[in-house]
Ligand binder design. Structure first.
Ligand SMILES: [Cu+2]
Length: 203
């Protein structure tokens, strides 16, 4: 039997906008209920489903193996980091690993272009997702699991330099994980270029 408890006063630290609520798993096999597990949960759950742990355990994926990443826009290492123009489309093959992006500077994008950030998370350890967002992007951000590639489409609406940054706390240097993309006027002749300047990029 599972119990979802609405009132969790003083049970957990108030670390977010909503107080964590509590749940409990009981065995009701015998004469006396036995508490098997007591755990925090997000409010306000109304539904629970359980399956045997061994069904999950055998299929558990802690991270995606980079050598098995067959995404058409995957960058398998920083050597693959680059930018290419296909008409109005600018494709950026980008990598992310603690604690920088490669490339972390892009220029030569023009107003009227569509920019595709194909971001590959090179981490090969679990619990190290990286995020990706461009300041002012109107659609979404990415959450990229270790070994995975995801794409963010961005259509710049103004000339200037926009920062992009990691949106998922990944390590002590998370705040350093940022870069810049320069958008030039539609008639500009700034050549397309991408490079990496992060201090830890050569480590
Ligand atoms: Cu990060």
């Amino acid at each position: 039997m599972i119990a979802y408890n609405k009132i969790t006063k003083d049970r957990y630290l108030p670390t977010g906008p909503e107080l964590t609520q509590s749940a409990q798993l009981y065995s009701i096999d015998g004469d006396k209920m036995e508490l098997l597990l007591d755990f925090p949960t997000t409010g306000e759950p109304h539904y629970a489903q359980a399956i045997p742990a061994d069904l999950v355990k055998a299929r558990e994926v802690k991270f995606f193996k980079i050598e098995e990443n067959h995404h058409p826009y995957a960058a398998m290492g920083e050597k693959d980091a680059r930018v290419e123009r296909k008409g109005k489309e600018v494709h950026i093959w980008m990598t992310t690993i603690r604690s920088h992006f490669a490339p972390d500077n892009v220029e030569g994008v023009k107003l009227g272009d569509e920019v595709y950030f194909h971001v590959t998370n090179l981490e090969q350890d679990w619990d190290v997702p990286h995020g990706f967002a461009v300041k002012g992007a109107a659609n979404a951000e990415l959450l990229i699991m270790p070994g995975e590639t995801q794409t963010l489409k961005w259509v710049p609406t103004k000339v200037g330099v926009q920062p992009f940054y990691c949106t998922d706390f990944c390590s002590a240097l998370h705040q350093e994980m940022q870069g810049y993309i320069r958008v030039s006027p539609a008639n500009s002749n700034v050549p397309l270029n991408a490079y990496t300047v992060s201090v830890d990029a050569e480590l």
